[in-house]
Design a protein around this ligand. Sequence first.
Ligand code: SF4
Ligand code: SF4
Length: 489
Amino acid sequence: MAEQKNPNLDSVTTINPDGSHYKLHPANVSGKFTRARRIIGFVLIIVYAALPWIPINGNPAVFLDTASRQFHLFGISLDVQDLWVLFFFISGLGFILFFITSLLGRIWCGWTCPYTVFLDHVYRAIERFVEGDAPARKKLDNAPLTAEKLFKRTVKHGLFILCSTLIAHIFISYFVSLKGLYGFIQEGPGEHNISFGAIAFLTAVLYFCFAWFREQFCVVMCPYGRIQSALSDDNTMVIGYDSRRGEPRGKADDPNSGDCIDCRRCVNVCPTGIDIRDGLQLECIGCAACIDACDEIMVKLDRPKGLVRYSSHNALNGIKAKIIRPRFFAYLTLMLLGTTALAVTMYQKARPFNAQVNKMKGSPYQKDDTGVRNIYQIHLSNKRNAATTFDISLADAPAWISTSGTTEGIILQAKEKKTYNLVVIAPAEKYDGTFKFQIVVKSRKDNTTVDNKVSFLGPSPKRYRKKIIQAEEEAKQKAETEAEPSNKP
Ligand code: SF4
Ligand code: SF4
């Protein structure tokens, strides 16, 4: 078996002392964890590809519509002004990840991270199919350029470029929708040079990462990989080597040695080239390949499986592992807070339209002898893919106030945004100072409403009344004065 560990270095396995990349050739492995990871990987690839296809509420399940500045997530539509929701979305998901990491270690990295999913189940699968297992690949690397090598390399890199192009198209369809992407393809790159430039750039980045950079992204670049050691402790479930059972290493027929026969199979299958027997390391992505590899050996030796297994550092050292611990409660509390805030904000934003009310800029109110007026601007945004009719009404308002402006049967076309002015009038004889009320916008399609609490502003009622009375008296006197000459004989 060809050895894949970097012979030049004891620390970072994929980087040579001069900083260059040490190319790893992880060996093929089979077993229950590899099978389960493969099934999960393929399901996830189908999910990633299907999300822009599945329509929910008339939009793709995930559609980050940058052109019309609307974001559609599983039936919930967000406008640009709703983007603060992303804070709860990211922090909610982040806290879930914190909690899972504190319990199960880097299970996200090895099983569900899109980078690992595509690298392991697409690109490495292609490489194994075209060039064979690790020894054959290493031999091909060192061989001179023959027709066979040229052919294999051309096929492999051709398939890599094809997959990178497909993934780039799937990624871009999250931003322009599949329908939009299809239209772009038909119209050609000349018409949509920014989108085609983005696809070409993304294809190049994906090809670079998956064909060459590979595990280095997880080892030196991924921020989650850097913080995961701070999120876990000795009770976290990780993949570990049972040194109490395995040591001292030795030959299979040596009665004085432990169960590890130092075959290095666990090292040779590792995609980051580490030796799990050295303890948990930052480079370990929790892929479980070493468990399957070692179990294979144990079965051949007729020894119990699990020399390398899912366990905690404490359990591997004979200390009773604790699941319930302060870290558990801290992350659980953060996760519950984050997901509750996320659920509440998403529920509030799940409405198929937005109606935001602002006071008209300038003077807060207008007044004359007939009454006091406040002008409100109602910014309506129809998030649906179909025309919708809206009605505007007032709630919790005094019975004597009236409105002028469009309030009924307002039609907005699909995804249309409009601003309406609503004048609210308090008659002079009733006006009694400022008050609060609600402007309610209702969609006739499903009777959903958006309530906006607003304030009606005006002058001090005492002074206003005094002025009105004064004005009324002045007007009366003027009328009487004008009437006087005509009464003279
Ligand atoms: S040590 Fe084991 S679990 Fe960790 S990356 Fe290597 S093979 Fe995967
Ligand atoms: S695969 Fe198992 S037996 Fe072989 S070196 Fe690794 S831990 Fe030891």
